[in-house]
Design a protein around this ligand. Structure first.
Ligand code: SF4
Length: 184
């Protein structure tokens, strides 16, 4: 199962989406919360819960929140515990540019390590001062400077690698030409 993004990223600490949840039980529309905690073979409960999730306007946010909080129990965002397990295992690798851009725009978003690196790279390339990056990532200015030094090193290493690859390509083409020349 792959992680896909369809909704605006949720701001940290924002629980207002609960009010829009299709599983919100009200006197006019009572929902049995137990259907969201079925045994793996309780297909009727699973089907009933998933049917609610399918029409839920905050389904993606619900799934995001469960993954970010490590909430492995019950049906969340239309996924069972078993279906969600691979997503939990891979959440640290998520690289969602909607989150990266929202963070750069100053929103308080839950980011994975990969997304924090992307924010740092984008901020560095945009010439954003370390002090501002520190505020975006909620780290000290000293740590933001350290992150910029890492990005500088990565860029430098990449350009050395690119030059090395160019040299190797050139050498290979020279050898080919020389060999052809000798053969002729
Ligand atoms: S996606 Fe499902 S579990 Fe999540 S809030 Fe909506 S109805 Fe409830």
């Amino acid at each position: 199962m792959h992680y896909t993004r369809t909704a605006e990223p949720r701001t940290l600490g924002d629980h207002t989406w609960h009010n829009q949840a299709a599983c919100l039980s009200t006197p006019a529309n009572p929902i049995d919360p137990e259907i969201f905690f079925p045994e793996p073979d309780e297909m009727d409960r699973i089907r009933a819960a998933k049917a609610l999730c399918a029409q839920c306007p905050v389904r993606q946010i619900c799934l995001d929140a469960a993954l970010e909080a490590g909430d492995r129990e019950g049906i969340r965002g239309g996924t069972t515990e078993e279906e969600r397990e691979p997503l939990h295992r891979n959440i640290h690798r998520r690289l969602d540019y909607a989150r990266v851009n929202a963070t750069l725009a100053g929103r308080d978003i839950h980011l994975t390590d990969a997304e924090r690196r992307a924010v740092t790279r984008a901020a560095y390339q945009a010439g954003i001062p370390a002090e501002h990056l520190a505020r975006l990532l909620k780290v000290t200015e000293e740590h933001a400077e350290k992150r910029y030094r890492q990005v500088r090193r990565e860029i430098r290493n990449r350009s050395v690698d690119d030059r090395k690859n160019d040299d190797e390509t050139l050498t290979a083409s020279q050898i080919t030409r020389d060999d052809l020349g000798t053969a002729a």
